[in-house]
Design a binder for this molecule. Structure first.
Ligand code: LMR
Length: 326
């Protein structure tokens, strides 16, 4: 850096570095809440490296993982204020902006990642991006983490009846609350980086999450049982502060778009590779792992099916047609 010019985050700096020939260096702060060794954490780092390379060091993406800057309940506001320029919150955090996002929380709405990709590439993905616009946010991509599994410390969860009387931590979503209520369980909603302590303190009996989140945040530590249920989908929307985005030079926008496309393609593959995580969980965690059969799943779907009707009006017209309802 040229002496006297400290990069101000998110601002284009009119500076000229004689040694590197850098002009108008751009710094983008990218905040997220998960660990670095997860599909989102790795994608963020990869994206930063690609942008650095493609822009020949002109654009620096500074990644802040693990909620070190903001927990998920504060990152949207921070983005809108312009304190950070980029976030990738999970879908369940977006219903506070627009209830259309509830569609992504519905249980058994997608069979597999392929199914999700198709929906997000089509009308659904477009409509969800549009919900961001009135809030000065620009959707850039959808990233994946994979499907949610159930963990708890009380008993193996195989049938809907097994949930009765248990308490689960959920993300901030009425759909997720209702999902557990229909199973006879209660919920509390807490930020992701408090879940470990919630479990340790016994404030909840269990939680639902992806294998990479369970592993990287050691959520298995105070849990005896895990059910491979793949009942819900956990994905992310990559968002920019729109005003900031519009102020970027067109060549920089192009570089960022290219890097984001390449990262997204990579992320979708990375999120599919859960076997290694599951193997590590089997080795490290004292977890009794239960896998649902198709008959078990049919019972869960049956029990949870009222949720589709209950939330149809809230979600709004034209979106439930885009998913695979049970
Ligand atoms: C959570 O449980 O809150 C997480 O799934 C959040 C995340 O970003 O993956």
């Amino acid at each position: 850096y040229v002496v006297g010019f400290q990069p101000i985050f998110g601002e284009k700096l009119p500076y000229d570095d004689e040694q590197t020939g850098l002009k108008d260096r751009i710094v983008i702060k990218f905040s997220h809440v998960v660990a670095e060794n997860t599909p989102k954490g790795l994608a963020a780092a990869r994206f930063a490296a690609l942008v650095k390379q493609k822009s020949r060091d002109r654009v620096e993406i500074q990644v802040f993982p693990n909620g070190m800057l903001y927990s998920e309940n504060r990152e949207v506001a921070a983005l809108r204020r312009g304190d950070i320029q980029m976030i990738a919150p999970s879908f369940s955090n977006m219903n506070a902006i627009d209830p259309a996002w509830y569609v992504m929380d519905l249980p058994f709405a997608f069979r597999d990642q392929q199914d999700v990709n198709e929906a997000l590439r089509g009308i659904l993905g477009k409509r969800l991006f549009e919900t961001l616009e009135p809030y000065g946010m620009k959707g850039g991509a959808y990233w994946s983490n994979g499907f949610r599994q159930m963990t708890n410390d009380v008993r193996p969860l195989r049938t809907p009846d097994d949930f009765r009387g248990l308490k689960f931590r959920v993300q901030p979503s009425e759909v997720l609350e209702r999902q557990f209520n229909l199973l006879g369980a209660s919920t509390i909603s807490t930020p992701f980086n408090e879940v470990y302590r919630n479990l340790e303190a016994g404030a909840v009996d269990g939680q639902e999450n992806t294998i990479s989140n369970i592993l990287s945040k050691r959520l298995y530590q105070f849990q005896r049982y895990m059910t491979i249920s793949n009942h819900g989908y956990l994905g992310y929307v990559v968002i920019f502060n729109e005003e900031f985005w519009n102020g970027l030079p067109p060549d920089v926008q192009l570089i960022i778009e290219q890097a984001l496309r390449e990262t997204t393609a990579w992320n979708n593959q990375a999120a599919l590779k859960q076997e290694k995580g599951l193997r590590l969980l089997r080795e490290r965690a004292r977890l009794d792992i239960i896998t649902l059969t198709d008959e078990d799943k049919a019972q869960w779907k049956d029990k949870l099916s009222p949720i589709y009707k209950e939330f149809a009006d809230t979600i709004g017209p034209g979106l439930l047609e885009e998913i695979d309802r049970p």
